[in-house]
Design a binder for this molecule. Structure first.
Ligand code: FMN
Length: 166
């Protein structure tokens, strides 16, 4: 599979970016191709007027192309205010109309200190992805603790099974 990883955090030092680094390593070890999406702060705030005035910004084109070329997308995102970060919602908004996420196989996770954290952020992301009928193969935070590798492998196995079901 070609797997695109997307980090919902914009922080320079991000636990979710670290988690995606582990996902990327284990995905490569399982024979998958991996592409890490650039930081979501490259995308302007969504406004359909941009498309009819200045045209599609290069960062939006790159985001749409990365999604189109991916067989599966892994989102790792913090929860902010019991929801998903605005930057991630903005990124999804850019492809609601254009369709690159339509029925895409996805995994949703969050790097958390304990499994009880981050659930509401993932639920909010799942609600947004319902707008594009995203096929959610995995939705669970992964705690920063020994044993995280097993959860990462379970996430990848869920995506592999999801692709077989295509
Ligand atoms: C303004 C703010 C709001 C937050 N809101 C929540 C929240 O509602 N629920 C939660 O579990 N964590 C919340 N957090 C904690 C973040 O999800 C946590 O710091 C996360 O690890 C940041 O991800 P990162 O390390 O990838 O940047 C919040 C953090 C900040 C700074």
């Amino acid at each position: 599979m070609r797997v695109l990883t997307v980090c919902g955090s914009l922080q320079a030092t991000s636990t979710n970016r670290d988690l995606l680094g582990q996902v990327e390593q284990r995905a490569i070890a399982r024979g998958h191709q991996v592409v890490a999406a650039p930081g979501l702060d490259a995308l302007p705030l969504f406004n359909p007027d941009i498309l009819t005035t200045t045209g599609e910004p290069p960062a939006v084109r790159a985001w749409r192309e990365n999604l189109s070329e991916a067989d599966a997308v892994v989102f790792a995102s913090p929860e902010y205010g019991h929801s998903l970060p605005g930057a991630l919602k903005n990124a999804v908004d850019w492809v609601i109309g254009s369709g690159e996420l339509y029925r895409k196989l996805v995994a949703l996770t969050a790097s958390v200190p304990h499994e009880t954290r981050g659930q509401l952020g993932l639920e909010a992301l799942a609600v947004t992805l319902r707008a594009v009928e995203g096929r959610i193969a995995w939705q669970a935070p992964i705690a920063r603790q020994p044993g995280a590798d097993d959860a990462i492998d379970a996430l990848l196995v869920a995506l592999e099974r999801g692709q077989v079901d295509d």
